[in-house]
Ligand binder design. Structure first.
Ligand SMILES: C[S@@+](CC[C@H](N)C(=O)[O-])C[C@H]1O[C@@H](n2cnc3c(N)ncnc32)[C@H](O)[C@@H]1O
Length: 205
């Protein structure tokens, strides 16, 4: 498992997250980011090309994975705003209260072990009036798909670096004190087990 997690999983994650259906979703949400931006779980930096550089003052890219961050660092060299990487987890964001105008999280809430703690941290560092931009996969609305998500979740988590198939994204956001402003929900591919998408914006309450 050590070899798989270290050498195979980061490249697999980068490859899967580069899929055109996922890229299509990124393009809907990332250009909305503005000001001082914190991206949680920046991974291999696949969102970087879609930020509107005219609106970005600065970006913090937080991710605990050294291997994925290495790929992201190369991509950050091509963007026209400053990117600072933070090699830590979303559960403990090392920033002051009210430091970010925008917090971005894409395809990451599924993988954070203590997701509520991380969402509370995002809420803490977001300025009043600041926005959380999210684009995540999670709990499917169809009972038979959800049953399969629940059944396969334990094995899926082991193979995918801790990704949960069935997280109830809007419920988690509300529990952490966010007020959802916009929410689009849809299957983004025929692979229904992993493709029910929640995309939108939220503000801290
Ligand atoms: C499927 S990848 C998505 C990467 C990127 N956000 C994207 O959209 O391509 C999940 C990411 O969550 C990160 N991750 C895992 N545990 C985390 C945690 N506790 N805090 C923050 N990020 C975490 C992983 O390292 C990985 O980069």
């Amino acid at each position: 498992m050590e070899f798989y997690n270290h050498y195979i999983l980061p490249n697999l994650t980068h490859w899967v997250c580069s899929h055109k259906d996922i890229t299509y979703q990124r393009k809907k949400v990332i250009p909305l980011a503005r000001g001082r931006v914190l991206e949680i779980g920046i991974g291999s930096g696949l969102n970087l090309p879609f930020y509107d550089r005219k609106k970005i003052d600065f970006l913090w890219g937080l991710d605990p994975s050294k291997q994925l961050r290495k790929i992201a660092e190369k991509k950050a060299a091509d963007v026209l705003f400053k990117v600072d990487f933070i090699g830590l987890s979303g559960e403990e964001i090392p920033l002051e209260k009210n430091s970010a105008d925008t917090v971005v999280v894409t395809y990451t809430l599924c993988s954070i072990p203590d997701v509520l703690k991380a969402l509370n941290e995002m809420n803490r560092v977001l300025k009043p009036g600041g926005e959380l931009l999210f684009c995540e996969h999670g709990k499917a609305p169809d009972t038979h798909i959800l049953q399969w998500q629940n059944r396969l979740n334990p094995i899926w988590k082991r193979l995918s670096g801790g990704c949960h198939l069935n997280r109830p994204v809007p419920g988690l956001l509300k529990k952490a004190g966010f007020k959802i402003q916009n929410l689009d929900m849809m299957y983004t591919s025929n692979l229904k087990l992993i493709s029910f998408n929640y995309l939108g914006t939220a503000v801290a309450r």
